[in-house]
Design a protein around this ligand. Structure first.
Ligand code: AMP
Ligand code: MG
Length: 425
């Protein structure tokens, strides 16, 4: 098994005290061991899960050539090359009730959407442009061969892999599996994630705050973010800043989970004894990432009682928790869940309505509001106070404004990149 040290020693200019966001992402990505065990579930329960097997089609869908419109089916060769054609109506074809027999030259069949194309026909003319009087059906000129016909197997064909293991299951995948008649499907087991908050100043909701205490909000944002990812969540509460309690909590989390997330306790003043503790349990790097907010972060693996868990030590500041989660942990947990492909969040470019102060040499994740003007054009403005403790800046925002590492201050009207919260899991 590759160690964290082997990964970082292969990197150009790896400096744990001045790591770029991209370097940190690359190290995390290289040090993940995704879950590989499967369980079988009813198709509907696969929603939001990761497919554990390739789905190979056992059917042609649709099973027969059929009509895409309500109209008349005929053999295109029977239509006059120029001008209209009069055909004889030979019968009707409905979805689920086909026209028996075959259509002779000079004939057509009334056909409904989804009905099997009768033998001897290859083209459908929509009813709106046809004049029908009794058995006589008048077809205007200009019809294309094969129009308004869906071909057998055009959606799915026998023997073809229609979905690959590692695909996240959404509504379209549910429908696709149902169209193959599948009642059950193999999915990866859920990722088990344990998390706790550290800090002597933290008080749990439902109790009275004493002087100098704050309510533990990180466990709630973390709960929300993890629940949206579909993880199996283990909330371990608040752990005091003392070596014995921390060791106990870390050991029990490491023994039980695929990933352990903590908040607080990784900033410079606090790092020493947790660093020593983590080094006894596994391999964890302490990083100062060139980003704002969320500079300190610890990452690695810890083991106890025969189990190994990925470890993410997030900063304590409430906004920093969300930013580091969305920029590093989210993507890592999706990959750990067995998802294949790129899970990074898309970036969109829009103009900033305001000036934004920024120094080159770090990536900033400001909180912004993306709005649309009267002409339908989108632009973004920062949500005011951007302190890493101001959780309101996240709650009022609908996107991150991502200011790249090398970039300096932004002038009003200058394009910036944004990451939308809507749809973010
Ligand atoms: P730390 O990283 O432990 O030094 O914490 C940095 C700041 O975040 C301090 O002001 C803490 O009080 C605050 N903080 C740490 N953990 C939490 C939490 N779970 N909920 C709310 N604030 C926190
Ligand atoms: Mg603390």
């Amino acid at each position: 098994m590759t160690t964290l040290q082997q990964i970082t020693s292969c990197m150009d200019a790896y400096d744990p005290d001045a790591l770029s966001v991209d370097q940190a992402r690359a190290v995390v990505r290289a040090f993940l061991t995704p879950v590989s065990t499967n369980e079988r579930v009813a198709v509907r329960s696969a929603l939001g899960r990761v497919l554990g097997e390739d789905i190979v089609s056992t059917l042609d869908v649709p099973a027969h050539d059929n009509s895409a419109m309500d109209g008349y089916a005929m053999n295109h060769a029977d239509l006059a090359p120029e001008g209209e054609t009069v055909l004889r109506l030979a019968g009707s074809a409905f979805a689920g009730r086909q026209f028996d027999g075959s259509v002779a030259s000079g004939e057509c069949v009334r056909i409904m959407t989804g009905a099997v194309m009768p033998k001897g026909t290859d083209t459908v003319v929509i009813q709106e442009i046809v004049q029908a009087e009794g058995e006589k059906v008048r077809i205007p000129a200009g019809q294309k061969r094969g129009q308004n016909r869906r071909l057998a197997g055009e959606d799915l064909s026998v023997g073809k892999a229609v979905l690959r293991a590692g695909t996240p299951v959404g509504p379209a995948q549910l429908g696709l599996m149902a169209s193959l008649g599948l009642a059950e499907v193999a999915v990866r087991r859920r990722l088990r994630v344990a998390f706790f908050s550290t800090g002597d100043e933290l008080c749990s909701v439902g109790t009275q705050l004493a002087a100098g205490e704050v309510y533990d909000s990180n466990r709630y944002t973390l709960y929300g973010m993890l629940a949206r990812l579909g993880c199996d969540i283990v909330d371990m509460g608040v752990v005091r800043d003392d070596p014995t309690s921390l060791e106990q909590a870390l050991k029990s989390a490491a023994a039980d989970a695929d990933a352990v997330i903590t908040s607080g306790g990784v900033s410079v003043g606090e790092a020493d004894f947790i660093r020593e503790l983590l080094s006894r349990l596994g391999e964890v790097a302490f990083w100062k990432i060139a980003m704002k907010p969320g500079r300190p972060m610890a990452f690695g693996k810890i083991a106890h009682a025969g189990n190994t868990a990925h470890f993410f030590g997030l900063p304590g500041n409430p906004v920093a928790v969300m930013v580091t989660f969305y920029q590093f942990v989210r993507e890592a947990l999706l990959a750990l869940s067995g998802r294949s492909g790129d899970c990074t969040l898309p970036l969109l470019r829009v103009p900033s309505t305001a000036a934004i102060k920024k120094n080159p040499g770090r990536t900033e994740f400001q909180r912004g509001t993306l709005v649309r003007d009267d002409q339908g054009l989108w632009s973004v403005s920062p949500t005011g106070a951007q302190g890493s403790g101001v959780l309101r800046s996240m709650s009022e925002a609908n996107c991150f404004i991502v200011l790249e590492h090398e970039r300096g201050s932004v002038k009003p009207g200058e394009p910036v990149q944004v990451q939308l919260f809507e749809g973010l899991i």
